[in-house]
Ligand binder design. Structure first.
Ligand code: 13P
Length: 283
């Protein structure tokens, strides 16, 4: 069933696991996400970048996700990932998204608060969850680089922001970065621990592709209840597709080259969900 993200995250925080939030890069991937969630009997968050939202269209995304989520035996949230365009965020809420992220992290704190409050006020009327960000998470997303230094979240500032906005979840910057698939991030657990002491809301880790499985249990211990994975899905889809397209005859059904890519995505999503839910010391 399709539910607001906060419903899933609060349960995850209480029970001590993190929900995987997976970026949908194209329509083909969607059934793999839902099947992976069903097979692991776990809730899932499906997140939509601005690029994907514009590529597929808000209404079509909602229709597809709703159709599959209504048949599923697990909870599914449909989340608009990083967006700073308040008018577009409102459109996504009206279209049927169950969660949105207002990203005002590069604004001065009072402006970030003001824009976040506007989105929270609107979203509450629809029972839609709101995620915001304090501290800049660097890297490259959807081919767009975030300029400048990575700026760790200041715990005092995060606490002040949360008090003012009452968002449902907060993304923080502790050293992970978007688009990192060749190496692993070094995380600042001191910052995370301080933020967690000051804020009740579930915390969100972006740049999940570059996070080692060894770090996952500490992330959960200190309040991370949602881990975003985007790049790894894109990279592995292309990796698999390079093989199948190269080997295919031109008049083979296109399905034959896409099904192995979709299957690969399903295995990755299942693995992530399992790693986010139990103690492991494996890479
Ligand atoms: P990666 O692409 O690095 O996995 O990060 C995804 C993300 O944080 C989307 O908001």
């Amino acid at each position: 069933m399709l539910v607001p993200l906060h419903e899933i995250l609060e349960e995850a925080k209480q029970k001590g696991y993190a929900v995987g939030s997976f970026n949908l890069h194209c329509m083909e991937m969607l059934p793999s996400f839902i099947e992976a969630a069903e097979e692991t009997k776990s809730p899932i968050s499906i997140q939509i970048s601005d690029g994907t939202a514009k590529y597929i269209g808000l209404d079509l995304i909602v229709a597809m996700v709703r159709t599959l989520a209504e048949k599923a035996s697990v909870k599914v949230a449909l989340h608009l990932d990083h967006n700073s365009d308040v008018a577009f965020i409102k459109q996504a809420i009206e279209a049927g998204f169950t969660s949105v992220m207002i990203d005002g992290a590069d604004l001065p704190i009072e402006e970030n608060i003001a824009v976040t409050k506007e989105v929270v006020e609107f979203a509450r009327k629809y029972n839609v969850s709101v995620e915001a960000e304090v501290g800049a998470i660097g890297g490259t997303e959807d081919g767009v680089s975030v300029e400048g230094e990575v700026d760790f979240t200041d715990p005092e500032e995060a606490a002040y922001f949360y008090k003012q906005t009452q968002v449902d979840s907060l993304a923080i910057s502790i050293g992970s970065s978007h688009g990192q698939y060749r190496s692993k991030s070094t995380l600042n657990f001191e910052v995370l621990e301080s933020v967690n002491k000051m804020i009740d809301a579930p915390l969100v880790l972006h740049g999940g592709t570059g996070v080692s499985y060894d770090d996952i249990q500490n992330l959960i211990k200190y309040g991370i209840a949602k881990i975003n994975i985007g790049t790894e899905l894109n990279v592995r889809y292309i990796e698999e597709g390079k093989k199948t397209f190269t080997e295919s005859k031109l008049d083979n059904s296109l399905r034959k080259v896409l099904i192995p890519c979709n299957n690969r995505i399903k295995e990755i999503v299942k693995e992530k969900i399992e790693k986010f839910s139990k103690v492991t010391s494996q890479q």
